[in-house]
Design a protein around this ligand. Structure first.
Ligand code: SF4
Ligand code: SF4
Ligand code: F3S
Length: 269
C-alpha cells in the first residue's frame, strides 16, 4: 500500500457532529499521519486539510473529474426542500452547493463509497424524529451504488482502516444484509461481552453505578442492546482501552440501522 499508487480519497462532511473524524484521527495501525500520507492520498477533508476556499473546492472537484477515487462520507444528507427557491436539501450547504448535490456528484463517479458513521450509513441521530430536514442515509439515497457501510456513533477507526485496506488489496469485503463488512460487524456486542456470564446466570445490575454494576453484572435490565447490535467494540475497544459496557454504560445499538429512534429497549431479557 505504501506506494505511488495510493488511492485518491475524498471525504465529505454532511449533517454530522464530526465525531467520526475525531475517531479516525485516533487510528494507531497505522497512525493518522501515515494513513493519509503513505497509504491513501486524502485529497479533500474539510476538517484537517490545509487548503481553504476555492483551493479546497478545486482539490475536490479535480479529483472527481479524474474519476478514479474512493469516497468516504461522514454525516446524513438533508433532502427537504426549503428557502425562497424551495431548493431540495437547502438545510445543508458547503461551498454554495447543497450537501445533497455534492454527495450525488461524488457518489455518482466514485469507484466505491464508504459511509463512515451511522449518520452517513443510515441517517442516525440526524434522522431522528421529527427530522424536519428530512435527512437520509447515503445507503438509502443511492441504491445500486457500490457502497460499504461502516456504522457506529462513532465507529472504531480499526473498521474503516481495515475496510480501506481490504478494498485496495482484495476488493470490496463481504457485506451483511445492511451493507456492513462481516469482518467487523459479523458478531454481536453480546457475543464477546465480559458481562455475559452474569447474563447467563440472570444476574442483572439494578442501577447505574451500583455495586453489582461495578462487579461486572449484566446491564440488560438497564437497557443494553448488545444482543441485537452487531459491532466489534468488546474485542477492538476504543483507544485500545475501553468501550461503553466495560465503562458501565449499556450498549445503545449505535451501529444498527434503526439507531437513534429504535434505540429504546424495554429491559426484557
Ligand atoms: Fe457524530 Fe455519531 Fe454522526 Fe459520527 S455517526 S458524525 S459520531 S453523530
Ligand atoms: Fe449482553 Fe449487554 Fe449484558 Fe453485555 S451487558 S452481557 S452485551 S446484555
Ligand atoms: Fe455503539 Fe454499542 Fe459499541 S453503543 S460503541 S455498538 S457498545
Amino acid at each position: 500500500l505504501t506506494s505511488d499508487n495510493r488511492p485518491d480519497v475524498v471525504w465529505l462532511h454532511n449533517a454530522e457532529c464530526t465525531g467520526c473524524s475525531e475517531s479516525i484521527l485516533r487510528t494507531v495501525e497505522p497512525y493518522i499521519d501515515a494513513l493519509i500520507l503513505d497509504y491513501i492520498s486524502l485529497n479533500y477533508h474539510e476538517t484537517i486539510m490545509a487548503a481553504a476556499g476555492h483551493a479546497a473546492e478545486k482539490a475536490l472537484w479535480d479529483t472527481v473529474a479524474n474519476g478514479n477515487y474512493v469516497a468516504v462520507i461522514e454525516g446524513g444528507v438533508p433532502t427537504a426542500a426549503a428557502g425562497t427557491a424551495n431548493e431540495p436539501g437547502a438545510h445543508g450547504k458547503v461551498g454554495g452547493h447543497t450537501m445533497l448535490e455534492n454527495t450525488t456528484k461524488v457518489v455518482e463517479k466514485a469507484n466505491a463509497t464508504i459511509t463512515y458513521g451511522t449518520c452517513a450509513s443510515y441517517g442516525g441521530v440526524q434522522k431522528a424524529a421529527p427530522n424536519p430536514t428530512e435527512t437520509k442515509g447515503v445507503w438509502e439515497l443511492y441504491p445500486g451504488k457500490p457502497i460499504v457501510n461502516v456504522p457506529g456513533c462513532p465507529p472504531n477507526p480499526f473498521s474503516l482502516v481495515g475496510t480501506i485496506v481490504h478494498y485496495v488489496t482484495k476488493g470490496v469485503p463481504p457485506l451483511d444484509d445492511v451493507g456492513r463488512p462481516v469482518l467487523f460487524y459479523g458478531e454481536t456486542v453480546h457475543d464477546h461481552c465480559p458481562r455475559q456470564e452474569f447474563f447467563d446466570m440472570d444476574e442483572f445490575a439494578p442501577s447505574f453505578g451500583s455495586e453489582e454494576a461495578r462487579k461486572g453484572w449484566c446491564l440488560r435490565k438497564l437497557g443494553c442492546r448488545g444482543p441485537e447490535t452487531f459491532n466489534n467494540c468488546p474485542t477492538v475497544k476504543f483507544n485500545q482501552y475501553n468501550w461503553p459496557v466495560q465503562a458501565g454504560h449499556p450498549c445503545i445499538g449505535c451501529s444498527q440501522p434503526d439507531f437513534w429512534d429504535g434505540a429504546d429497549w424495554d429491559g426484557e431479557k
